[in-house]
Design a protein around this ligand. Structure first.
Ligand code: FEO
Length: 398
């Protein structure tokens, strides 16, 4: 049975939720599920903004058919060709043979790459600033390359002041009956998922996200309709301001994220002691064992916190394998503007600290506090002072 949500007199959510997917893109766990949003505008012409993932294709087609009633589908606006939003494109071409595809030239090429067809004869190719009138509504297209793929574009409905924002402002998490962010306790239940989505999916492309924010700032926006997660109709400034921070790699909060890799518990012990000394001085801390928590979750947390304390044993003359994987993931997501402290452990030839430092030296605007604190197998009593001084050095910068 169709399951849709009305957004306005003209606009209907016709997407679907997936709560069975274990790993989004094969790498990000989605314990709260994920929504694939698709929006149907019913004007003098009917316009669909994107489709959905193949896992929820059946429900989507049912929703779309309900939304259209007896009408034909006139336009499909393809804002993003990633298959979680375009898997039903061929279904629509078959079901609605009169449908015109509205996309840019990069998208056109991707349609051919993914589906083996040339849509030129049924496409309107748009570029930055082009508009499409559908009756009462005027749609304005802005290119948003690399937020998150090169073909991405967003659409501004000038009439209803709605930004269809593609991957921007999206979040992991199924909608569970809610559609609008103000229908849930977003900060309590979904902000972490929105950050995890941003950091991992779009986080590498902060410059491009900032460029999109700058374009959006010139528009009068009353609603944001992303491709995943909730629709924003209230408190839009909140999302814009947090996206500003994320896109500039500025932390949201002051505190120390402690990530450690420990084989026999001694490196963990140093990390715990550091956390205690920081908490005693009123500093917020979060801790992750990189062998237990998925790198993507720690990457997201690193986008939140101002300071990073990295503690790793030496392994095969290098950084412990799970720590190295996390750090490579973090650096590939372009982390910047952080203060970093390093603890290494090595029973006979400690090497992890210097290698961790080399990884962070690839990032922009990283400040290191104190020298690398080096442990030989386990902390000695005399080294407790070094933990104290490392905590003091961190506190001094907070
Ligand atoms: Fe959900 Fe980049 O797509």
């Amino acid at each position: 049975m169709h399951c849709t949500r009305k957004i306005s007199d003209d606009l209907l959510w016709v997407g679907a939720n997936d709560r069975r997917l274990a790993m989004f893109e094969g790498v990000y766990s989605v314990p709260k599920g994920v929504s694939y949003n698709s929006y149907l505008l019913s004007d003098e012409k009917t316009v669909l903004f994107d489709t959905v993932d193949k896992a929820v294709r059946e429900r989507f087609l049912e929703n779309l058919s309900y939304g259209l009633g007896n009408r034909d589908l006139d336009y499909l606006v393809v804002q993003h060709m990633e298959p979680d939003h375009s898997a039903a494109l061929m279904d629509l071409i078959i079901r609605y043979p009169n449908m015109t595809i509205v996309c840019n030239s990069r998208t056109q090429a991707f349609i051919t790459q993914f589906h083996g067809i040339d849509v030129e004869s049924r496409a309107i190719i748009v570029k930055e600033g082009d508009t499409l009138n559908t009756g009462k509504h005027d749609l304005l297209f802005h290119m948003a390359p690399m937020v998150h793929w090169p073909e991405v574009m967003v659409t501004y409905d000038k009439t209803d002041k709605i930004l269809f924002s593609a991957d921007a402002f999206g979040s992991f998490g199924a909608l569970n009956g809610a559609l609008f962010a103000d229908e849930v306790d977003f900060d309590r239940d979904y902000l972490d998922e929105a950050r995890r989505y941003y950091a991992n999916i779009v986080g590498k492309y902060g410059t491009q996200t900032k460029a999109l924010l700058d374009k959006a700032s010139a528009l009068e926006i009353e609603m944001i309709c992303p491709l995943h997660g909730f629709v924003w109709r209230n408190n839009l400034e909140r999302m814009f301001s947090i996206y500003e921070l994320w896109s500039r790699y500025e932390p949201e909060d002051k505190g120390v994220l402690i990530a450690y890799a420990s084989v026999y518990g001694n490196t963990e012990n140093a990390a715990e002691l550091l956390a205690c000394r920081l908490r005693e001085q009123g500093i917020k801390t979060v801790m992750f064992d990189v062998s237990v928590t998925a790198a993507s979750e720690i990457v997201a947390a690193a986008f939140k916190w101002s300071h990073l304390a990295i503690a790793s044993t030496t392994y095969n003359a290098g950084i412990f394998v799970t720590m190295e994987a996390f750090l490579n993931d973090l650096v590939s997501h372009n982390i910047q503007n952080r203060t970093v402290a390093i603890i290494e452990n090595g029973s006979w030839a400690a090497a992890s600290g210097g290698l961790i430092r080399e990884i962070f030296e690839k990032c922009k605007n990283i400040a290191f506090v104190r020298d690398i604190l080096s442990i030989k197998s386990s902390l000695t009593n005399s080294q407790l002072e070094e933990i104290d001084s490392l905590a003091a050095a961190l506190v001094a910068t907070l």
